[in-house]
Structure formats: C-alpha cells, structure tokens
Design a protein around this ligand. Sequence first.
Ligand code: C5P
Length: 229
Amino acid sequence: MKSKSENFPVITIDGPAGSGKGTITERIASNLGWEILDSGALYRLVGLAAIREGVDFNDEIRLARIAETLDVSFVPNGDGVDVFLKGDNVSDLIRNEECGSCASKVAAINGVRNALLARQRKFSGPDGLVADGRDMGTVIFPEAKVKVYLTASAKIRAERRLNQLKNQGVNANLASLIEDIEERDKRDTTRKVAPLIPAADAIIIDTGKSSIDEVVSQIMKLVEKVYKY
Ligand code: C5P
C-alpha cells in the first residue's frame, strides 16, 4: 500500500523515548499549521486496551486483534488533543510508565504493527502532517521529504522524564528511570519488525547538545528549503 506522503507533505520525527519528539513535533506543527500524528499514542492505547481486557502480553493473536479493532478517537481540545478509548478519555492515563512499557511490548508484534499501519497512513491535515514515532521515516512515510531523527543520552532523557514527573507531583528515582529507558531502547532497537533506527536520509540531531529553540529552527530551515515556505 502506498503512503499518503507521495502527494501530501509529511515531516517525520523519530527517536527514542525522551528525545524531545513530542515537544518539537508540536512546535513544528504549530509553526506550519499542520496536523500531528502521535503514533506512540496508538501503541500505548493497544497496551492499555490489553490491560483492561486482561489479555496476556504473550498472546500475539489477541493483541493483533485488539489493534485491528481499536475504538479510538483523537479530539482537539483547543490546547492539544484528547485521546478516547471506547469513549473513555484516557489522555493522561496512557502517558504513565506502565502504558509506555506495555506499548513497547505490543509494538514488537508484527500483527499489531500491520494493523496500525493503514490507520497511521490515513492521518492527514488540510496542509500537511508532522508524524512523531519510531518508524515514521523508515516504514510509515518512507517518501517523506523531511526526515528528522532526534537523540540524546539515556541520562539526559531520564532527567527530562524525572522533571516531568516532579511537575505532575509524582515521585520517581533517576536510576530506575535510566534503567527503564535503557530497557525500552533495547527492546525498540533490537526488535525484528520496524526497529528504531534513523532512516538513511534522516538528519540526526542530538537534543542534549542544543536548546529546543535551536532544534526547531534547524528543522524549520530544512522545511523552508524543501517546501519553499
Ligand atoms: O513515543 P511513545 O513513548 O509514546 O511510544 C511508546 C512506545 O510505542 C515506544 O517505546 C515504542 O515501543 C512504541 N512505538 C513504536 N513505533 C512508533 C511509536 C511508538 O514502536 N511509531
């Protein structure tokens, strides 16, 4: 199946957990007035649905079936997007560590990835799409003209997560966050299907070495050059 990006502008932003993809995707999309695809949310939703339905994380057939029939909607709320699973607003719930870890387990299953492929390619906006994930530039939108891969050390990424959790009033421990991140990286980069790797034509940016403003401006320059904005 062909992806939409052959005739539709798509910017792909891939990278590991905590590399700044979410923030940078939002900034780029808001600068351009384009839509966002938060592909990680789809995997988190499959993980959450599996927990709610009591499905074993080794049961690949049932997990793929959950992904195929996922009843989900993304509803703009003026300040972002609310995520609904079977009509239940799960926007905050899917962001917790447990859903992140379950997402990375279900994401290693071929049947789950295949079921989510078409769903992701259907995302669009009136003008263009900024797609955030792990395989946006390699598998979902391989024809995208602007591909970015964000990275940063596991320690820096864990420190960002620690700050986020502190701001939410949640206590966490840096060492265990580093361990979680490294475990998730390992699972994401070594899985057989769509492993986390930069696309051959992606620009790689270390977000531990530049400010968010600098990264956004670097990407915007690239977008301006490619799309003659
Ligand atoms: O980006 P986020 O942290 O929300 O993603 C949660 C998990 O979903 C990741 O650790 C990864 O295993 C999986 N994922 C994926 N492919 C994507 C997006 C997310 O495998 N395109």
